[in-house]
Design a protein around this ligand. Sequence first.
Ligand SMILES: Cc1ncc(COP(=O)(O)O)c(C=O)c1O
Length: 331
Amino acid sequence: MAIQTLDVTAIRKDFPIFETGIAYLDSANTSQRPRQVTGAMLEYFEKFNSNIHRAAYGIAEEATLRYEATREKVRVFINAASTKEIIYTRGTTEGINLVAYGWGRKNINSGDLIVLTILDHHSNIVPWQILAAEKGARIEYVDIDEKGELRQDQFADLLKRGPKLVAFNLISNAMGTINPAREMVAAAKRAGATVLVDGAQSTPHQPVDVRDLGCDFCAFSGHKMLGPTGAGILYGRRELLEAMDPFMAGGDTARRGHLLLARRHSSARPGDDRRPRPGVPARGTPLRDAADDSPRRRRHRARLVLRVHAERGGRPPRKLDQGSPEDLCLR
Ligand SMILES: Cc1ncc(COP(=O)(O)O)c(C=O)c1O
């Protein structure tokens, strides 16, 4: 059977920016948008621009429908139990901050332990440092070994100290390390911790199933996975979201339109992220492609890795996700 390859020429045609002749190697930072996404955004501005959830006329209803349809697409994409667990954010950073403020301020107390890793992005370190300083909590960081992998022995020791929160990324932006997330989440849950995973580098490359992972929170961005800027997602288990305090108050966080009666409720509920976010209706468009982890895609990635290392004269990594690069080229 012939080995199928990725039709790079056809895919490239979806990205108008490549008509300029550039070679772009910074997708982990922010990816380019295909015309399906820019087209959906343009269509939104040209045909439906209006305030979602706050107006009773045709285009506002269409805008609201599209806004909420994206929520369902995202739910399916990460296999969440309910759209009530999908919160729109600007990106991973905002999602993690939302948890640090909304959940952390209520649940982290003096002397509590927070476990992070040295592989984490600043977005998954600084919010916890600020919270720890405010509350008098402690932070411990899991180190890496010489292969760039998290020291599971250290992680296990830290779990014995009963951390209140464990947060780590699924794939490291710094080293490309793919962390054994399922095992780590399960161990952290057994130790009684609440677990947040940073999916910023993972959702563009691998299927992420939050129920299979067993995490409590998962934050990721739109702009790293072919989607619009400012269209991030926070997944949170419903009972945790519902018990959280508002992160940003105002607008939909007030239930009744009277100053004295304005009741605060969680801004972490989907109903409370109803601020205009023009990227959201286009957010669902690239999801299926972004998470394509087919053998064709893996083979292509492995070939690129080998080529880059050959051209730079370096030694390629012995292992990528699911096997050695050489093996993956043939599978
Ligand atoms: C692992 C990881 N977490 C968080 C972020 C922050 O993402 P954003 O700037 O979209 O909030 C990044 C960005 O590179 C990242 O790689």
